[in-house]
Design a protein around this ligand. Structure first.
Ligand code: ISJ
Length: 300
């Protein structure tokens, strides 16, 4: 989804309005609940299998302390792709992405399918219980299976071999745990990693099924333009090998504000309040990084 200066200006105006409102949190929750209810209704009517809806929260952030924020994310979020992109006068986009969209080396490709989320527990026992509930939840398994199936269908025509574990594993991050399926693919011929990005992005980890209709729903209903959030971020070499992550768990810093983004996969049985909570857990790492950086790298 291309970044547009107009979109950022809209964010800026909304942020100013939001801080003036008496209860921004209640207003954000109500808007979210309306959107998610419209989504579950449309899914029940059979118009979509899954929609991934996102929101943004604005918080004052006087300086773009990019290096301390990245240092925090590198140490707090091991195994993530930590990134920061300078957008000139449009600000800085940064985050720690938990999910590889595609990793290509010659004809070998790996895609991470990450969908289905629970929070980390406050103690070992609760954490393990929430993990087992996540693994056993039909709703979470459905969200996950839709993603895996879609990626397999997109890559099958280009592949001689496509392998995936029969059931998802658990990927445990600092604030959340996810259902995780790594797909290993042998392509019938070498492809530039950008061809693969083009074939896959946006997956049902961030958009929905069917893809075009989901994108229309997102454009019509989400209050905040996504900008760079959920886009592919990565690198490629001269031979076309490379690695792109999905720019989740991210924030746009601009002009004294940080706009922190997060989304959640919606299926017919989704509960708007629980999905809202999920977006809060997902915002936590980048918020902690910004707070830590604001304090000059001294405790978050
Ligand atoms: C959309 C986000 O995360 C995606 C959605 C997930 C879900 O719905 O369970 C899990 C991981 C990501 O694929 C986000 O972090 O903003």
């Amino acid at each position: 989804m291309p970044f547009a200066a107009a979109a950022v200006d809209r964010l800026w105006r909304m942020a100013a309005g939001e801080t003036a409102s008496a209860s921004p949190d209640a207003a954000a929750r109500a808007a979210w609940a309306d959107m998610v209810s419209a989504a579950t209704e449309a899914i029940r009517q059979g118009r979509y299998e899954k929609l991934v809806l996102a929101r943004a929260a604005a918080r004052p952030c006087p300086e773009a302390n990019v290096w301390p924020a990245m240092a925090y994310l590198l140490s707090a979020q091991p195994g993530h792709d930590v990134f920061a992109c300078s957008l000139g006068r449009q600000g800085v986009f940064l985050g720690a992405a938990p999910e590889r969209l595609v990793d290509a080396a010659g004809s070998r490709v790996v895609v991470d399918c990450l969908a289905g989320t629970a929070p980390r527990g406050p103690d070992e026992e609760t954490d393990a219980r929430w993990a087992s509930e996540l693994l056993a939840s039909p709703k979470q398994r459905e969200e996950h299976a839709i993603l895996v199936r879609w990626v397999q269908e997109r890559l099958r025509p280009w592949s001689v071999r496509l392998s995936a574990p029969a059931s998802p594993a658990l990927r445990r991050l600092l604030h959340v745990q996810h259902l995780y399926t790594p797909l290993a693919v042998e392509l019938s011929r070498r492809r530039h990693v950008l061809e693969l990005v083009d074939r896959l992005h946006p997956t049902p980890a961030v958009a929905g099924v069917p893809q075009e209709a989901a994108l229309q729903f997102i454009a019509a209903r989400e209050a905040w333009p996504r900008g760079w959030y959920a886009g592919p971020v990565g690198w490629f070499g001269r031979q076309g090998d490379g690695r792109f992550a999905v720019a989740l768990r991210s924030a746009l810093w601009r002009g004294g504000w940080a706009y922190v983004y997060a989304g959640a996969g919606i299926v017919a049985t989704s509960n708007p309040d629980l999905e809202y909570e999920e977006t809060e857990w997902k915002m936590a790492p980048v918020l902690a990084a910004l707070t830590w950086a604001d304090r000059g790298g001294d405790g978050a």
